[in-house]
Design a protein around this ligand. Structure first.
Ligand SMILES: [Ca+2]
Ligand SMILES: [Ca+2]
Length: 230
């Protein structure tokens, strides 16, 4: 019994470790809904729009993703391609045309003047391999809650790959210069529970089984076919 338990735990731990050290996914591995635009601020206050617009991307996969090659564009002429950024599993990435210091936020990717977020109608499209649309945000009013108020995606429904401003709520967390937003954090966005990777589930099951076995009373056979608890 002891040997069997040891073998099970060793195999499970090996599986967990190999899963934890798995290489990052690439953009070519992504399907619609694997990324989501969870927040955007099209009209910052106290600073020029050209220095402090931002949007936030969530990696919804259970594995880190190398976003090199991800195309971010609108339906007009704005477009840029991510050159180097890896988002951990379940992590947010903050994209801004500025360095973020004016608003007190930490920017993961600065795209400069390649893209602007119009305060009226505009789009932010995340496109993967073969121009596959991974997520599309199309809004008709970029500051529907007022200037300086970021829009936070209200609920991340399974497989969500397209959204409009109606799917976003007003941010309430303070930033600098009187702006409101939660760049790099969930803020008012309701996140679904992240399912455990299969290997972690297997390890948990093995440990639970081991604990149950240790609690179970043991018996030994005695003469005349009787047994006694030991
Ligand atoms: Ca703007
Ligand atoms: Ca946020």
């Amino acid at each position: 019994m002891q040997t069997a338990i040891t073998l099970i735990l060793a195999a499970t731990c090996t599986l967990v470790l190999s899963t934890a050290s798995a290489a990052s996914l690439t953009v070519a591995d992504l399907s619609p809904g694997d990324l989501a635009i969870t927040e955007f601020l099209a009209n910052p206050v106290g600073i020029a729009d050209s220095d402090a617009e931002y949007f936030e991307i969530l990696n919804r996969r259970g594995t880190a993703v190398d976003l090199s090659g991800l195309v971010v564009r609108d339906d007009g002429s704005n477009s840029f391609t991510v050159t180097a950024l890896t988002l951990d599993a379940g992590a947010f990435g903050v994209f801004s045309n500025g360095d973020g210091s004016a608003l007190g936020l930490s920017v993961d990717y600065a795209y400069g003047s390649a893209m602007s977020l119009t305060n009226a109608a505009d789009e932010i499209v995340l496109a993967g391999a073969g121009d596959l649309e991974l997520f599309r945000l199309a809004y008709s009013d970029g500051d529907v809650y007022g200037a300086g108020v970021a829009n936070e995606l209200t609920t991340l429904t399974p497989g969500l790959s397209a959204a409009a401003e109606v799917d976003y709520r007003a941010a309430t967390a303070p930033l600098l210069l009187g702006n409101l937003g939660s760049p790099g954090a969930a803020g008012g966005t309701s996140l679904p529970a992240v399912p455990l990777p299969a290997a972690a589930w297997l390890l948990g099951s093995a440990l639970a089984w081991l604990a149950a076995m240790r609690r179970r009373p043991h018996y030994e056979l005695m003469a005349a076919g009787r047994s006694r608890r030991i």
